[in-house]
Design a binder for this molecule. Structure first.
Ligand code: SF4
Ligand code: SF4
Length: 160
């Protein structure tokens, strides 16, 4: 993972650049993401894409299962993107309530979208379809990975 210069804030579409100065390597991508999530101040177990990856048998985010070589310090005051309830690290009951009320989903702006179809093709969960000239998301499939927002050439996708 190239974290020499990272992104923070309203990423991945319009982030602030942040000098982190790290390169991380692992033979397991889930463990790698879990380590970086903790460095950013997040609990990887509360991120849907991490849960989905673990359920699929791709790896584990539990810290006991990850062997770390080297000093990985938390990034001070890292500005996380607007993850809604996913970023709340508090009481599990409150977490559950917040997730049901605030979970973000991608939404395309009809004034910016050119119906190029890139987001539909690239969504790893096949959660996007384009019945007419605007992509729509299946909330049951979306894992809030934000790839569609990052990849849209028109910056037409917002998280709502
Ligand atoms: S990638 Fe952007 S411009 Fe293309 S269809 Fe998706 S939202 Fe529209
Ligand atoms: S956020 Fe990820 S899973 Fe959801 S629609 Fe976009 S690319 Fe697909």
């Amino acid at each position: 993972m190239d974290a020499v210069v990272g992104m923070e804030g309203n990423g991945p579409a319009s982030p602030d650049l942040r000098e982190i100065g790290c390169i991380l390597a692992s033979d397991n991508a889930v463990a790698l993401d879990a380590v970086m999530a903790r460095m950013m101040g997040l609990d990887p177990g509360k991120l849907r894409f991490m849960q989905t990856a673990k359920e699929a048998g791709l790896g584990d985010f539990d810290s006991e299962s990850i062997e770390i070589a080297g000093a990985l310090e938390p990034i001070p005051d890292f500005k996380i993107p607007p993850l809604g309830g996913e970023a709340n690290l508090g009481n599990p009951a409150i977490q559950s309530m917040l997730e049901s009320k605030t979970t973000l989903l991608p939404e395309a702006d009809p004034d910016l979208c050119t119906a190029c179809g890139t987001c539909v093709e690239q969504c790893p969960m096949e959660a996007l379809s384009m019945p007419e000239d605007l992509p729509v998301v299946d909330a049951d499939l979306c894992i809030a990975c934000f790839c569609c927002q990052e990849i849209c050439p028109e910056k037409a996708i917002a998280l709502r």
